[in-house]
Design a protein around this ligand. Structure first.
Ligand code: DAH
Length: 335
């Protein structure tokens, strides 16, 4: 009897090894525990045995039956737990939506506004030559303006662009005049980090070249862009500025929206934020781009996209923008 039982158990275990579906296991269950099973046959043989044998084999067969049942139960459990690893359609769906980075949102917004005004949106390389980043923009070697932009120079003789203005002459060479383009992108300067300084930030360069462009065109374009971005009249002021690639140059400031112009660390307690330096393109830059300054002129501007995102979303510390902290960035979901 013992021999028979251990042979049946071996058969049961080996057939379970190849069972991959619930239906396979249920078939095995009926084969080894059902009415016509060998085990059941042995159990019904009990009635023809002596009382002594009945006692002996009865308990052995009942223990075996329980053991077979638990072996099959376990096989079914294993199957279910494997299924839940792959796909459990009883779990609730994850309805959390991702979100765009605040700088991406404002870059898209400004790009859309400018596109509606007839600008093309370009992108340019983050690794640049000294020529496009400085020389072509009327900033020769040893010019003091280079000190204003602490540059990351690379081992290969190139640099990380310090300004999206580096795309000005690329665009002139490629498309010629007339021209209306903007270039959103990442820029780099070797700055110490604090609440209002980052070594990696975003700008958007804008450039218009045509015949008879005036400072009036520049101011009107800037006002239209800012009104659209902030969806309301924003206090702005124009100050004289200095950039070697524009003449005359201006600094367009907007009142600080973090403190409503009262003064805070973000605006260095002045109540104003430098948002958009701009000016009329210097003839030397047009020449570098192969455009005749006698025939064409134009204006250019550089919007600080990182600053703009800070103003729009009232972010007082620039460092959180590059922190990659999803809990924070999730606050800027757009519906
Ligand atoms: N590229 C300058 C900077 O990063 C900003 C700038 C000034 C851009 C004047 C312009 C411009 O297009 O006309 O400091």
């Amino acid at each position: 009897m013992e021999e028979k039982i251990s042979k049946i158990k071996e058969e049961l275990l080996s057939s379970l090894k190849t069972a991959t579906k619930e239906a396979d296991i249920l078939n095995i269950k009926s084969k080894f525990l059902g009415k016509t099973s060998e085990l059941n046959g042995l159990l019904s043989d009990l009635k023809n045995m002596s009382i002594e044998d009945k006692k002996k084999y009865g308990s052995l067969l009942n223990v075996t039956k329980k053991e077979f049942e638990s072996i099959i139960e376990e096989a079914l459990d294993n199957l279910n737990s494997n299924v839940s690893y792959n796909f459990d359609d009883t779990l609730p769906a994850n309805e959390e939506m991702g979100s765009l980075h605040p700088v991406t949102i404002v870059a898209n917004d400004v790009g859309d506004i400018l596109r509606r005004m007839g600008f093309s949106v370009l992108s340019g390389p983050e690794m640049e030559t000294e020529y496009y980043n400085f020389e072509a923009l009327n900033v020769p070697k040893n010019h003091p303006a280079r000190d204003m932009q602490d540059t990351y120079y690379l081992d290969n003789g190139m640099l990380l662009r310090t300004q999206t203005s580096a795309m000005q002459v690329h665009a002139m060479e490629k498309f010629g005049a007339p021209l209306r383009i903007c270039v959103p992108g990442r820029t780099f300067r070797n700055e110490d980090l604090d609440a209002s300084h980052e070594n990696t930030f975003f700008q958007l360069e804008g450039m218009v070249i045509d015949k008879n462009i005036s400072i009036g065109n520049l101011i009107f374009t800037m006002q239209t862009i800012l009104k659209e971005i902030f969806k309301k009249e924003v206090k702005v002021r124009l100050r004289p500025g200095f950039f070697p690639f524009t003449e005359p140059s201006f600094e367009l400031d907007c009142s600080c929206m973090i403190c409503d112009g009262k003064g805070c660390p973000t605006c260095k307690h002045s109540g104003w934020i430098e948002l958009c330096p701009c000016g009329m393109i210097h003839p030397n830059v047009l020449k570098a781009g192969g455009i005749d300054p006698e025939e064409y002129n134009g204006f250019a501007f550089g919007i600080g996209l990182t600053r703009l995102a800070m103003m729009k979303y009232k972010i007082s510390d620039i460092r959180v923008l590059n922190s990659g902290d999803i809990r924070y960035l999730d606050n800027f979901k757009i519906n």
